[in-house]
Design a protein. Structure first.
Length: 335
């Protein structure tokens, strides 16, 4: 994950709707878009949620059924062991990194056994001490989402991960807002830099807004990781489709981020290679404003400043005024 480029995660999440065929199509879209990794979710419904837990309001709104049970919803969205193996192999053939977020201890162990090199901690687990401690002890690269969290909770989570064995330099903290979709007024993107500065830690952004502009803005503010939900079609039935990018939008987001990376460049201000040829066209030189004879004094009456810029710079104007011409000059000739 460590490179000069923004690490872009296409979050398939549960937008596969329990279908391996849809999951593979999502991987294909992620590959076409040029992201660095495609991420799913690993859980067992009976380990994740109690049977009397209700869906979130956005989940109720986004799904076309009358079943308010979070358990029943998640049970349909589990990916079994064989599916994980098949999707990992499929990602290898497509040369894209497979990631998955674990939501319980068995899933942490399972993904570690699958030799995942990066562990993504979702916002909902940031206050789960045993969970954080178990991931921290793996000493892997960790991406920590911070939706719903305050600075104290973020600090506690980072400390737990480090105390358990994860190096601080291997942790990236993502600013996030856990509403699907997130209203623009609640994004508070400046908090992303606050997190990075306060904890002197790598930071990024996990986005649940509609559109791609906030992701672009996050990159300009120094995000090193961008995570974004995507789907094949945001009219599909499921909890997250409506807050996800469609394929053409994901492609546009990646292209925009890569362009912004190029545009940000270095912190050094100097003429670029592309503009150097225009310096003599756009800049000016000191020229004769009329015919000048050898031995005449240069003055504001016989000198002018005009293009092109391949002669004496106008910044030397004071140096020339009052000096003696060493030759004859015709009008408009470079001094």
């Amino acid at each position: 994950m460590k490179s000069n480029n923004v690490f872009i995660i296409a979050e398939a999440g549960v937008n596969h709707n329990g279908s391996i065929e849809i999951a593979k199509k999502l991987i294909d879209v992620a590959v076409e878009a040029g992201v660095d990794a495609v991420k799913f979710q690993t859980f067992k419904a009976n380990k994740l949620v109690s049977k009397n837990a209700e869906k979130a309001e956005y989940q109720k709104k986004n799904m076309n059924d009358n079943d308010d049970s979070q358990f029943n919803m998640l049970k349909k969205l589990e990916l079994d062991v064989d599916t994980h193996h098949e999707l990992i192999e499929y990602c290898k053939t497509k040369k894209i990194m497979f990631l998955s977020t674990p939501f319980d201890h068995d899933s942490i162990k399972f993904l570690n056994d699958l030799e995942l090199s990066i562990f993504k901690i979702p916002s909902g687990e940031i206050t789960n001490l045993p969970y954080l401690r178990e991931i921290g002890a793996l000493n892997k690269e960790v991406i920590l989402s911070t939706g719903m969290a305050d600075m104290g909770e973020i600090e506690d989570a980072i400390d737990i991960l480090i105390e358990a064995g994860t190096k601080k330099e291997n942790i990236t903290v993502l600013h996030a807002n856990t509403m699907y979709p997130t209203p623009m007024k609640d994004v508070n993107l400046n908090a992303m830099k606050t997190i990075g500065d306060a904890f002197d830690i790598a930071y990024g952004y996990s986005d649940h807004t509609l559109g791609i502009e906030v992701d672009i803005a996050a990159v300009t503010l120094g995000a090193t990781v961008i995570e974004k939900h995507f789907t094949l079609d945001n009219t599909m039935d499921g909890p997250d489709h409506k807050a996800s990018l469609e394929p053409d939008e994901l492609i546009a987001m990646v292209k925009s981020i890569r362009n912004i990376e190029l545009a940000l460049g270095s912190s050094v201000k100097k003429p670029s290679n592309s503009e150097k040829p225009n310096m003599k066209i756009a800049r000016k030189s000191i020229v004769a404003s009329c015919n000048i004879k050898e031995g005449e004094l240069f003055s504001k009456d016989n000198l002018a400043i005009k293009r092109p810029g391949n002669g004496i710079s106008p910044m030397r104007w004071d140096e020339l005024i009052g000096s003696v011409s060493s030759k004859d000059y015709n009008k408009d000739e470079l001094i």
